[in-house]
Design a protein around this ligand. Structure first.
Ligand code: B12
Length: 216
């Protein structure tokens, strides 16, 4: 199987909800020494994006979404250790606290952003999903974070991004770390309106943004 066939197979495994296949291909990619960032972006992410489109067209329902999401996570657990060892000796490019806003359990995109940042040498503290605003601030203070990355997939939880920035202002904490926002409903305009330090539409763009803001 050549690389293109493998990438297509990864996307298909996510779309069809075939967990074992998704993990098997991830293992093959690691053994073959493929560029894992490309594998994630052109294989697995392509699959989950198509799942999103099928859901929007009304062709997929919640059970299919859940099983595709589980496949995505399973594949990432195979890729993660290899991504980590590849960067183990690199000095940290900056510290990141990341999570999905309270009330929101979507974590696939957030996990990808976290993995990509980690793979590019950032020290990542992932708080998970459904995270209280105070927790982001506490963790950022505790770790001396350069960035707090807020993911929101629901229009309701997007408001939590604004609330966190307002809270930093109210508590005189603005400028202690940069606030980056993202997630499917989030736009550059929203980021500017709420006073975020940055927005990126996908995980690789998030890495570029963080590097640029760190001056690297
Ligand atoms: C998979 C999925 C689920 C899965 C989530 C599994 C999981 N563990 O994450 C399940 C089935 C559990 C789910 C549940 C629900 N979902 Co849902 N879900 C989706 C779906 C199809 C795909 C999301 C996804 O993973 N995309 C793939 C990833 C790779 O993309 P991404 O998340 O956008 O992330 C990328 C970028 O946005 C960016 N990014 C993300 N975060 C960040 C952060 C920063 C700082 C930066 C810089 C960048 C960045 O980089 C990422 C990687 O490239 C979307 C449809 C869509 N078009 O988004 C609906 C969608 C988000 N869900 C929706 C809804 C309504 C729900 C439910 C309320 C459904 C229900 N009735 O129960 C619940 C929510 C429960 C809750 N409280 O959170 C709606 C939201 C509508 C709205 N306007 O608010 C959507 C848009 C579907 C729709 N069109 O109606 N969902």
């Amino acid at each position: 199987m050549n690389k293109e066939e493998m990438l297509a197979g990864m996307a298909k495994a996510i779309i069809d909800g075939e967990k074992d296949r998704a993990m098997e291909l991830a293992g093959e990619a690691v053994r073959a020494g493929l560029d894992l960032l490309e594998v994630i972006d052109k294989g697995y992410v392509r699959g989950i994006q198509e799942v999103g489109e099928l859901w929007e067209k009304g062709e997929y329902f919640l059970p299919e979404l859940i099983s595709s999401a589980e496949c995505m996570k399973a594949a990432m657990t195979v890729l993660q250790p290899a991504l980590r060892t590849a960067r183990i000796d690199a000095p940290s490019k900056g510290k990141i606290v990341i999570g999905t806003i309270e009330g929101d359990i979507h974590d696939i995109g957030k996990n990808l952003v976290a993995s990509m940042l980690q793979a590019h040498g950032f020290e990542v503290h992932d708080l998970g999903a459904d995270v209280k605003l105070e927790r982001f601030i506490e963790k950022a203070e505790e770790t001396g974070a350069d960035f707090v990355c807020l993911s929101a997939l629901l229009t309701t939880t997007m408001l939590g991004q604004k609330r966190l920035i307002d809270k930093l202002r109210a508590e005189n904490l603005t400028g202690r770390f940069k606030v980056l926002v993202g997630g499917a409903p989030v736009t550059q305009k929203w980021a500017a309106d709420i006073g975020a330090d940055g927005y990126a539409e996908n995980a690789l763009a998030a890495v570029r943004l963080a590097m640029r803001l760190m001056g690297k």
